[in-house]
Design a protein. Structure first.
Length: 227
């Protein structure tokens, strides 16, 4: 598949009719619809073959309107450097959609290729807390959602239980992460929306509401992680 020229050269000013540039890094065989897929393997649907541990990535600075990292960060040895590259290629105000395993869930460590897992505060280290001096990349954490899956989904009682737990997570995320997570068998996934801050933009003050603003974060119909 031919490379999109918008990815290889500095982006021109965006017009109203311009098509958004969407990158799916580490897409595997589950590429986001309409995205340019990147993976270390030349799998079906992969447009750009590249090892995400090698920097810089083969994309122009500030070229992407939206970047997806679906169960990728937990496999990479340096999450900070990865997100610095993601910050570089994302336009000012562009969104970065992240899905990662929660540290309490069964998906966190069952995969032997995982090197880390995450909490709801992991992404605050990119401008939102006092320890952000480890990186120059700056993101506003626009939304965070805790996700709970229970298989097999064809068991009606499992669906009822999962719906109840998800209801609790959406309404009382901080309390549930701290006190309830292990009682329900662990929280499976974090869905996070980051906004790239450039050109002097500042991080917005953290708000408890961002936890419940996640009705639109990532894909609300996302399936349990397969990796």
């Amino acid at each position: 598949m031919a490379r999109d020229p918008r990815l290889a050269a500095p982006c021109a000013p965006k017009r109203e009719t311009a098509v958004a540039v969407i990158l799916d890094l580490g897409c595997g065989q589950r590429k986001v619809a309409g995205a340019t897929g990147t993976d270390v393997r030349p799998l079906p649907g992969v447009d750009v073959v590249h090892d995400l541990t090698r920097r810089p990535y083969p994309f122009a600075t500030s070229c992407a309107d939206e970047v997806h990292l679906n169960h990728v960060l937990e496999h990479l040895p340096d999450a900070i450097q990865t997100l610095e590259e993601v910050w570089r290629i994302t336009k000012p105000g562009g969104k970065v959609q992240v899905r990662v395993p929660h540290y309490t869930g069964p998906y966190a460590w069952k995969d032997p290729t995982h090197v880390r897992c995450f909490t709801t505060e992991s992404f605050d280290y990119f401008g939102s807390n006092i320890y952000s001096y480890y990186t120059h990349a700056r993101f506003n954490v626009a939304a965070v959602r805790l996700r709970y899956f229970l298989d097999p989904s064809y068991r009606r009682v499992y669906n009822w239980w999962a719906t109840l737990v998800q209801w609790m997570l959406d309404r009382h995320p901080t309390f549930c992460e701290r006190f309830v997570a292990y009682l329900v068998g662990g929280i499976d996934e974090l869905q996070v929306t980051l906004v790239a801050l450039k050109d002097g933009s500042t991080v917005q003050a953290a708000s408890p509401l961002r936890m419940n603003a996640a009705a639109t974060v990532c894909a609300t119909t996302a399936a349990p992680p397969g990796v």
